[in-house]
Design a protein around this ligand. Structure first.
Ligand code: FAD
Length: 394
């Protein structure tokens, strides 16, 4: 069965990376994105070593590295200064590696630039895909009241997209009931630019500061202020002064960097738990957050979307005699790692975002000391670095 044309719904991180990889294998790729024009927006994030390796293979890592910040470790502590986590990538055995603090826009622009170089990639903006249907030989997609046909279709439209619902009946989608307000600001002078800093009060208050961009001798950082979804919904401009005051008292040494921030600088995000037991169906395949979103505490989502794209491009072939077998082989290479990340996310998120006193006691008095034992320290580090159950990219 010959595959020539592929539609990609959603030109985010997973969609753009897939377009570059698939066009390099000779497929004609059309990306549909609902954004009116390229939209280099989104939070800053921590990119793990396998994600960096894929971006290197795609030829965009040098451009990204010009602006991104090497992250050597993660330090999480309570307000009273008790250490919860102190993970340093250099304790991992083997080739030295680190995380990368990077703005989503930096990765997005680099991938978009690479995709745009190929004659085989077409990007159609302002295209909110409403529906996809599959039959034996084709996938039809409906966009702006027109129907288009392709040999294959990738859904990479992110965690809030409803497009997967009718195709994957066993897909699970729940909200965590928690999320965050995030912004970018100047990294406070007293904080190391190479560490993801986290501070917690009980399990109900948490703030993270992740350096994400170097500009001369200054650093920009992403700030995450954890909140219950119900409080995010009720959050309005007139309440901002109170919140800002609370954030400044929470992290007094960051006050001078926080001072210039206003209500409109903050963006709300809610966290979803999504799992698709078998994310392919005939000629439709779901990758990235639409298939398996987690809470971003573990800093894995972007790396997982890149690994999905990499592995899928490696598994499918133009003259695939048995496409289903190829897709099964793709999913076999991804399923265990993704299930592991999801399980950890479900177990660990309440230790940082809940109102449970038991979770706090477990985190501070059991998980923190046990995590410092060499075996567990190594396991935590390998998990952070996306290396547990990694099968397709080292
Ligand atoms: C606050 C926050 C912090 C995060 N921190 C980290 C981190 O530290 N490390 C990390 O690895 N990950 C992090 N993530 C997660 C990461 O952003 C996602 O996992 C990653 O972007 C998923 O990529 P994706 O390609 O699946 O979807 P996205 O990058 O979300 O792209 C989806 C695209 O689909 C388009 N689209 C949606 N619906 C349609 C439609 N119907 N038709 C056409 N186009 C459509 C959208 O416009 C968008 O361009 C964080 C997320 C949040 C919210």
């Amino acid at each position: 069965m010959e595959i020539k044309t592929i539609a990609i719904i959603g030109g985010g991180i997973g969609g753009l990376a897939s377009a570059v990889l698939l066009s390099r294998k000779g497929y004609q790729v059309t990306i549909y994105d609902k954004a009116k024009a390229p939209q280099p927006v989104g939070a800053g994030f921590l990119l793990q070593p396998p994600g960096q390796n894929i971006l290197s293979e795609l030829g965009v890592m040098d451009e990204i590295a010009k602006h991104a910040v090497p992250i050597l470790g993660l330090q999480s502590e309570t307000l009273s200064g008790r250490s919860i986590l102190n993970l340093k990538y250099d304790r991992l055995k083997g080739t030295p590696r680190n995380g990368l603090g990077v703005q989503r826009s930096t990765i997005y622009e680099a991938l978009l630039g690479e995709a745009s170089k190929s004659d085989l990639v077409k990007i159609v903006w302002d295209s909110n895909v409403e529906k996809c249907t599959t039959c034996d030989k084709k996938v039809s997609i409906v966009v702006n009241q027109a129907v288009h046909h392709y040999d294959l279709c990738l859904l990479s439209s992110g965690s809030n997209s409803p497009l997967a619902e009718e195709h994957f009946k066993r897909r699970i989608k729940k909200t965590y009931g928690w999320g965050c307000l995030w912004t970018t600001f100047e990294l406070p002078k007293n904080l190391s630019p190479n560490i993801l800093h986290q501070r917690c009060k009980n399990t109900s208050k948490m703030m993270g500061i992740l350096p994400v961009r170097r500009a001369g001798d200054k650093y920009e950082a992403a700030l995450y202020w954890s909140m219950k979804s119900s409080d995010i919904e009720k959050f309005e401009e007139h309440k901002f002064a109170v919140l800002k005051d609370e954030i400044m008292q929470f992290w007094p040494s960051a006050s001078s960097s926080l001072e210039p921030l206003s209500y409109s600088d903050f963006i709300a995000a809610n966290y979803n738990d999504i799992w698709t037991p078998k994310p392919f169906n005939n000629r439709l395949i779901a990758i990235g957050d639409i298939s398996h979103a987690t809470s971003p505490q573990l800093g894995q989502g972007c790396t997982m979307a890149l690994l999905d794209a990499w592995s899928l491009a490696a598994c499918i072939n133009k003259n695939d005699k048995d496409l289903t077998a190829s897709l099964e082989s793709w999913w076999n290479s991804r399923r265990t790692q993704l299930a592991y990340v999801r399980l950890l996310s479900r177990v660990l998120t309440p230790l940082f975002q809940s109102e449970s006193r038991m979770c706090e006691v477990f985190r501070d008095w059991i998980m923190a000391p046990v995590g410092r034992l060499p075996l567990f320290d190594n396991m935590q580090l390998k998990t952070l670095a996306s290396e547990v159950y990694l099968t397709n990219k080292d």
